[in-house]
Write a protein that binds this ligand. Structure first.
Ligand code: KG4
Ligand code: ZN
Length: 346
């Protein structure tokens, strides 16, 4: 049969990952997916330290590859190509992955396929749900926030995106300002469940301007001011203050994402796609309030809403293997001069 088996490596941020995917474009399965996080290594620094991340990737990639092959019950001889994230990301980590993949390709003779990390996120709903083109993708993570019109495996148009922070970054900073544990998204969401989203009137940046661009840095500043005002007033924050700040912050993010998604859908729908789909990816897509609101926005215009399982929404190598499969299936490979790129817009 013409099914392809692709091994992939991912190391562009703070997760070391390897995976094996088998199948065809639009009809593939994850045979193995190994992700080793580094939260413990970076916790004390309050953010990812690139040098520490790169060293850990270099030490762990081999082990992750071995684990993925074992999980899939395969050896290198069963693999058709090795795919690797070649950017964008922290350059030390991307380099570690590219070097390891080149080593495997040189040692086994397997073809090498360089993959764009953002394309990996953007094509995930093709892996999980086998959807066809074109679809609208909202990519929301700790490092990214953009609307992509996905017309083909290598055909993306950016309809808009953040002009400053990514929403995950804003969640993480909010948690830091309020003394909540990292990663901030889940902690802020949990606090928000007991809070009053109307207590603080935080800004909804850029809603007054046309287009699909977003902004989150003003929101963070507003939160800082509200926190400091409470501290100056009462000498500290109560449990309820904290919950209300989180709920009000999250409500602002939900509103901004919902309105900008409405506009991106409008642009996407003008071409009258036969089976309209809004898909999300990235760690922030785990947020239940954000998911619920995007589901409503999609339903309002008759679009299907797809949120891949969380393990495939956050950084992983299965999405890289699948994207490698799409490229390899059209005959595209790279040679050993493949470069690691810190910046690589779609
Ligand atoms: O996609 P991801 O694992 O890594 C990249 O940034 O590429 O996303 C991580 C981000 C973090 O900023 C984290 O706080 C955020 O996703 N996140 C959430 C939630 N779970 C994770 N943000 C809001 N609500 C959540 N439930
Ligand atoms: Zn990512």
């Amino acid at each position: 049969d013409d099914a392809l088996t692709i091994l992939a490596l991912e190391s562009s941020c703070d997760d070391t990952a390897a995976a094996v995917v088998r199948g065809r474009p639009g009809a593939a399965q994850v045979l193995a997916s190994v992700v080793q996080g580094q939260d413990d290594l970076h916790q004390a620094f309050g953010g990812v330290v690139p040098e520490i991340a790169a060293r850990a990737h270099a030490e762990r990639l081999d082990i992750c590859v071995k684990q993925a092959l074992t999980q899939a019950n395969l050896t290198f001889s069963d693999i058709d190509a090795v795919a690797v994230t070649a950017g964008p990301g922290l350059i030390g980590g991307v380099l570690s992955g590219v070097m390891c993949a080149k080593g495997i390709a040189a040692g086994t003779g397997l073809p090498l396929v360089g993959v764009n990390h953002l394309a990996g996120h953007a094509l995930t709903p093709r892996l999980t749900d086998g959807i066809g083109f074109p679809y609208l993708m909202l990519l929301v993570s700790g490092g990214h926030c953009q609307f992509l019109l996905v017309r083909g495996p290598e055909d993306f148009s950016r309809l808009g995106g953040t002009i400053d922070d990514a929403p995950g970054e804003a969640f993480d900073k909010t948690a830091r300002l309020l003394g909540l544990p990292q990663p901030g998204g889940p902690s802020v969401q949990a606090e928000a469940e007991n809070g009053d989203p109307t207590r603080f009137a935080f800004p909804r940046p850029l809603l007054d301007r046309p287009g699909c661009d977003l902004s989150f840095s003003g929101l963070k500043t507003a939160l800082l001011r509200a926190r400091d005002a409470l501290i100056a007033d009462k000498g500290g924050l109560t449990e309820q203050d904290r919950a209300d700040l989180c709920a009000s912050f999250q409500a602002a993010v939900v509103d901004v994402l919902a309105e900008k998604t409405r506009r991106a859908l409008e642009v996407y729908l003008t071409d009258k796609p036969p089976e309209p789909v809004l898909a999300v990816a990235g760690g922030v897509a785990a947020n239940t309030a954000i998911r619920a609101s995007l589901e409503t926005v999609s339903a309002d215009v008759g679009a299907r809403f797809i949120a891949p399982p969380l393990a495939l929404c956050t950084d992983n190598a299965a999405m890289i293997a699948y994207t490698g499969l799409e490229r390899f299936a059209t005959g595209k490979t790279d040679d050993l001069t493949l470069a690691a790129r810190p910046r690589w817009p779609l």
